[in-house]
Write a protein that binds this ligand. Structure first.
Ligand code: NDP
Length: 253
């Protein structure tokens, strides 16, 4: 599926090295969007950019660590230099590192907060002026934050991950009240179980197995399903804000 209404727009997608970010970047590029690909793994981004270009699209690999302010600033300058004003930002980079809270894994807590929440804030900070300028010129301007069903439902051992996503959902709602009156749409996408690399970084064998059991029991969403929802959302006419979208596998509902 592509969304021709998006042709000519300029996007930044974080976490574009895999999963939902990669699928979203592909869909946007296939719809005629110029896409800046942000994540840490340069070779993944370069491979994806090459595929997009080979398919006739436009993409720029911009290796970036969203937990590093200087890296985000450099990425913003590079994207603006190559593509001009950005009118679509997808804050998708994230990590999920579950463990019982009483294990006291402050290393994991810090990484999740820095990536899922502060990272999204850094990227938002870097591109808000672009979104406002695009909207002021009469262009459609979107900020999409990829949160999670975990922002609404509690799962034991996922407390800090859930807290980062609840914060991101609330941040989006607050931002909507600041940016909506200036014609910048803010949308929150909250997926359930989706087959990606997200679970690969879990270092607790029991919890890793538990997640594997969920994938075995429930036919999960694919990254393309979430990308399609994002494409649909940002291709509505600019007066229409699909502001908060929960998408679950049918078997998880
Ligand atoms: P993936 O692990 O496949 O993708 C996560 C992406 O984030 C990777 O491209 C990774 O690339 C990037 N990333 C991680 N840390 C950083 C960083 N510090 N700086 C820049 N990029 C970073 O998983 P998903 O596609 O599933 O995850 C996408 C989003 O969806 C996440 O925010 C996740 O929380 C959310 N989500 C996922 C669900 C699921 O079931 N899969 C359900 C609900 C929400 P690299 O390592 O190269 O930096």
């Amino acid at each position: 599926m592509t969304y021709p209404a998006l042709a000519g727009r300029t996007a930044v997608v974080t976490g574009a090295a895999s999963g939902m970010g990669e699928a979203t970047a592909r869909l946007l590029a296939a719809s005629g969007v110029r896409v800046a690909l942000l994540a840490r793994r340069a070779e993944r981004l370069e491979g994806l950019a090459a595929k997009i270009v080979a398919d006739g699209g436009q993409a720029l690999a911009v290796p970036t660590d969203v937990t590093d302010q200087a890296s985000v600033d450099a990425a913003a300058a590079r994207v603006r230099g190559a593509y001009g004003t950005v009118d679509l930002v997808v804050n998708n980079a994230g990590v999920m590192l579950p463990n019982p809270l009483d294990h006291g894994r402050i290393d994991e807590w810090t990484r999740m907060i820095d990536t899922n929440l502060t990272g999204a804030l850094r990227v938002t900070r870097a591109f808000t002026a672009d979104l406002l300028a695009a909207a002021a010129e009469g262009r459609t301007a979107d900020l999409v934050n990829v949160s999670s069903i975990a922002s609404h439902v509690t799962f034991p051992d996922y407390a800090v991950y859930s807290a980062t996503k609840a914060a991101l959902t609330q941040l989006s709602a607050a931002l909507r009240s600041e940016l909506g009156p200036r014609a910048v749409r803010v949308s929150t996408v909250e997926p359930g179980l989706t087959a990606t690399e997200l679970g690969d970084h879990i270092d607790n064998p029991e919890l890793s197995e538990q997640l594997g059991g969920m994938f075995a029991a429930i036919p999960a969403l694919g990254a393309e399903d979430v990308a399609d929802l994002i494409g649909y959302t940002v291709s509505r006419r600019r007066e229409v804000n699909l502001r908060q979208l929960i998408v679950l596998p049918t078997g998880q509902a």
